[in-house]
Design a protein around this ligand. Structure first.
Ligand SMILES: [Fe+2]
Length: 380
């Protein structure tokens, strides 16, 4: 009898495997509107070390595999030095088990920027989107992930010393673009990845962004729009404005980036904007009408009514944790919660309902551990 049960179990596993090979990972799902994805960022691998002295970043892929998401978003800074020609090969080598199993969608960070860094990132991105993700998901990748990539035929400047930069600043904030921005549709959501390394590398063409958001919003079957962009628009640790008002072009700050995109995001009812760059978990609930939402105890349920956007900073993938202080500005009026810790965020989708849980990650590759920091619900 025991032998027979084992034989039946093996047959079942074989049938599931054959079904998955024929129809892809998602083919076995009973409810197409129920799925999950994971978001993390800023693991910032040094090229010559898988850990750079931070063992938690090698626990991150193990935790993500345990959460079994349908896809992964990365908020940028995969590398310390994207300009190194071996940087992305090393990233793939270190995270191979995860990348072989789950489609992975990144956005460009400032450590990926710089002319050589962007070129290396661009090559990595193309292989990731068109080949590695297809291998991870199975033969239904192209059918289940509708990809809008490299669809802009405009020949943008790719150097700041190009004499056309001033002319192109009317459509691209920085005047240069390497065309690493892209979008994709998966089930009832559209995901949009901007080219936004720093505030100086605001390389996303605004006509492309507007067209992409409008196409998503005009499709009645799209319940959620998620944006990933490395540089935050709200932050409890980054400065609001340039540190020296006499030198507005110098110094890191968030307001100049917010000016570029916030109105577009509001007009197209973006659901959540995920950023990285600041190495912590930091979130904000920002109504379109600008009223303050901060409360001593953050609520655990939010309406999904298109009248507000959640801005979530997730930069706890393994880079040195942020030691910044506390900024009192427009961000603090809409601040909800934060923690300086290594983490990944799980987003569970059930139709129009979203349940978000940041998991704090500890341990290392051999002994990964995770525990929930908080859980909150958006909608329906
Ligand atoms: Fe960064």
């Amino acid at each position: 009898m025991v032998t027979q049960r084992r034989g039946w179990g093996s047959l079942c596993r074989l049938a599931v495997a054959v079904f998955s090979i024929l129809f892809g990972r998602a083919g076995a799902e009973a409810a197409p509107g129920v799925y999950s994805f994971v978001v993390f960022g800023d693991n910032q691998f040094a090229t010559d070390s898988p850990t750079s002295g931070v063992p938690e970043r090698m626990a991150v892929p193990e935790v993500i595999l345990a959460l079994q998401p349908e896809l992964i978003l990365h908020t940028g800074d995969l590398m310390d030095h994207g300009r190194d020609p071996e940087a992305y090969d090393r990233f793939v080598e270190y995270y191979r088990t995860m990348l072989d199993a789950i489609p992975f969608f990144p956005t460009m960070g400032n450590h990926d920027a710089g002319y050589e860094g962007v070129r290396n990132y661009g090559r990595f991105l193309k292989t990731q989107l068109l080949e590695r993700n297809a291998a991870a998901h199975g033969p239904r990748y192209a059918e289940e992930f509708t990809l809008w990539y490299d669809e802009d035929t405009t020949a943008y400047p790719t150097r700041f010393d190009d004499p056309r930069v001033a002319e192109f600043r009317t459509v691209v904030p920085s005047g240069v673009c390497f065309k690493t921005c892209y979008a994709f549709r998966f089930r009832n959501a559209v995901f949009v990845s901007l080219e936004q390394g720093t505030r100086w590398w605001s390389n996303t063409p605004l006509p492309w962004l507007e067209k992409t958001l409008r196409r998503a919003r005009e499709d009645a079957s799209v319940d959620h729009i998620f944006v990933i962009m490395h540089h935050p628009m709200y932050s409890s640790t980054m400065l609001e404005n340039p540190p020296n008002p006499a030198q507005p072009a110098k110094g890191e700050c968030i307001a100049p980036v917010r000016v570029l995109y916030e109105e577009l995001f509001q007009r197209h009812d973006v659901t959540i904007v995920f950023s990285g760059h600041a190495h912590l978990y930091d979130r904000f609930y920002v109504p379109d009408d600008g009223h303050a939402t901060h409360a001593e105890t953050p609520p655990t349920t939010f309406p999904h009514d298109g009248k507000a956007i959640h801005y979530i900073v997730t930069g706890g993938g393994g880079g040195p944790l942020n030691r910044g202080g506390w900024q009192t500005d427009k961000s603090s009026a809409c601040f909800q919660n934060r923690i300086r810790a290594y983490h990944v965020i799980q987003v569970q989708v059930d139709g129009r309902k979203l349940t978000l849980t940041p998991y704090l990650v500890s341990g290392d590759a051999a002994n990964p551990a995770h525990r929930a920091f908080e859980t909150f619900v958006i909608g329906p």
